[in-house]
Design a protein around this ligand. Structure first.
Ligand SMILES: Cc1ncc(COP(=O)(O)O)c(C=O)c1O
Length: 363
C-alpha cells in the first residue's frame, strides 16, 4: 500500500499499564495512579448530577458548534464566542493547527523535552521540527527559539506550564517574546495546566488577542476540571485564526456528553480554586521532601513534579508499581533518572513519599 512516508517513521502512543492491569499483575487491592496528570479530586459534583439527566439523547448528533459550552467559556475568559474552537481534547487542537499550517518544506519550533504531540503531528504533516533544548532550570530558551526562526517557520509551540518539567513562562516574558516574532508565524501557547498556576495573576482575554493577533492559547478540560475521559479542549485566538482553523475541524468532533459536562464544570470555579490550593500544597510538600533528601526537582506550576531520583528511573518506577503506585519514568520523557509524579491528594502524596524513602534508601 502507498502509506505516507512519514507514517513509517512514527510509533504509536504506548499507554502505560492501567490500574486494573497493575492490580492483577501484582495481586494488589489498591492502586494510586499518578501517571497522567489527571485530577485526583475528580470533577465538580454538579457534573455527575447533570449527566444523569442527559442519558436519553444518544441517537442524536452533538451540537457541532458546541453553542452552550462556547457561550460559557467565552464568558469565563471574556473573549468573543467567535474567538474559540473546540476539539476532542487539546490533542485534537494540536492536530488541527498542525494540519492547517504544516507541510513539507515548512518547519515548526518547539522546546525539548516538551509535550511530544507537537513533533508527532509535524512529522505526520512532513514538516521539520526544530527543537530547542530547555535551559538548565527547565525553562524555555526563548532567545534560542527566536534565533531559530527562518522564512519557512510556520508555528512556534510554547508549553506553559511545560510537560514534563512543570516550569512556566510569566506573562510579561511571553509578551516580550511575541513582540519579536514575525506576524506571519503562529505562536501556540499550550496552557493545559493553566488553572494550577499560582505564581501570578494572568490575563489572557479578547483584548489580549487583539494585541497579539498571531498568538493563540490552547486549554483543556482534562486536567484541573477532571474530565479527561470526555475529551474536551479548546483554542482561543483572534477571529481570523479561528476562521482559518474551522474548516480543518470535523463537523461533530465534540460529543454531547462532553459538551454538557464541560459546560457544567465551568460554572463551578470554586472546585477549580480548591484543586489549585490543594495542588499547590502538594507541590510544596514534594519540594520540601526533595530539599531534605537532596533530590533535584524543577519548579512546577502544573499538577505534577519531575524529581531527579539519581538512579535508573525505570527501576524505581517498577518498584513503585509493585507497591501499586503508577507514575511515569523520565527515561521515556527525555529526562533519564527522573520520575514525573502527578500531585495527588495529601494522603496519596504522603504514601508516594514514604514509598520513595524506602525504595531510594533515604534517611
Ligand atoms: C502540555 C499538554 N498539552 C496537551 C495535552 C493533551 O490533553 P487533552 O488532549 O486531554 O486535552 C496534555 C496531556 O497530557 C499536555 O500535558
Amino acid at each position: 500500500m502507498k502509506w505516507k512516508k512519514q507514517v513509517s517513521t512514527l510509533s504509536a502512543y504506548k499507554p502505560g499499564m492501567t490500574s486494573a492491569q497493575v492490580k492483577e499483575k501484582y495481586g494488589l487491592n489498591k492502586i494510586i495512579k499518578l501517571a497522567s496528570n489527571e485530577n485526583p479530586f475528580g470533577s465538580s459534583a454538579s457534573v455527575q448530577q447533570e449527566l444523569a439527566n442527559s442519558l436519553n439523547t444518544f441517537a442524536l448528533y452533538p451540537d457541532g458548534a458546541a453553542t452552550e459550552l462556547r457561550r460559557k467559556v467565552a464568558d469565563l475568559h471574556n473573549v468573543s464566542p467567535t474567538q474559540l474552537l473546540f476539539g476532542n481534547g487539546s490533542d485534537e487542537i494540536i492536530l488541527i493547527i498542525s494540519r492547517a499550517l504544516l507541510e513539507p518544506g515548512k518547519n515548526t519550533i518547539m522546546a525539548t523535552p516538551t509535550f511530544p504531540q507537537y513533533k508527532h503531528n509535524a512529522t505526520l504533516e512532513g514538516a521539520e521540527s526544530i527543537e530547542i533544548p530547555l535551559l538548565e532550570d527547565g525553562h524555555h530558551d526563548l532567545n534560542g527559539m527566536l534565533e531559530a526562526i527562518n522564512e519557512s517557520t510556520s508555528i512556534i509551540w510554547l508549553c506553559s506550564p511545560n510537560n514534563p518539567t512543570g516550569t512556566y513562562i510569566p506573562q510579561k516574558d511571553m509578551e516580550a517574546f511575541l513582540e519579536k516574532v514575525p506576524q506571519d508565524i503562529l505562536v501556540v501557547i499550550d496552557q493545559a495546566y493553566y488553572e494550577y498556576i499560582t505564581e501570578e495573576e494572568t490575563s489572557y482575554n479578547g483584548e489580549w488577542f487583539n494585541k497579539y493577533p498571531n498568538a493563540c492559547i490552547t486549554r483543556t478540560f482534562s486536567k484541573a476540571y477532571g474530565l479527561a475521559s470526555f475529551r474536551v479542549g479548546y483554542v482561543m485566538g483572534s477571529v481570523s485564526i479561528i476562521q482559518q482553523l474551522e474548516p480543518v475541524r470535523e463537523p461533530f468532533n465534540n460529543n454531547s456528553l462532553g459538551q454538557i459536562a464541560a459546560a457544567i464544570a465551568v460554572d463551578d470555579q470554586k472546585f477549580i480554586e480548591s484543586c489549585r490550593v490543594e495542588n499547590s500544597k502538594g507541590i510544596k510538600a514534594y519540594a520540601e521532601f526533595c530539599q531534605k533528601n537532596e533530590l533535584g526537582m524543577f519548579d512546577s506550576q502544573g499538577n505534577f513534579v519531575l524529581i531527579d531520583v539519581k538512579q535508573d528511573s525505570d527501576v524505581v518506577f517498577e518498584k513503585l508499581l509493585q507497591k501499586g503506585i503508577i507514575v511515569r519514568s523520565g527515561n521515556a520523557l527525555g529526562f533519564p533518572g527522573t520520575l514525573r509524579i502527578t500531585v495527588g491528594t495529601e494522603e496519596q502524596n504522603i504514601e508516594v513519599m514514604q514509598a520513595l524513602t524506602e525504595i531510594l534508601g533515604l534517611g
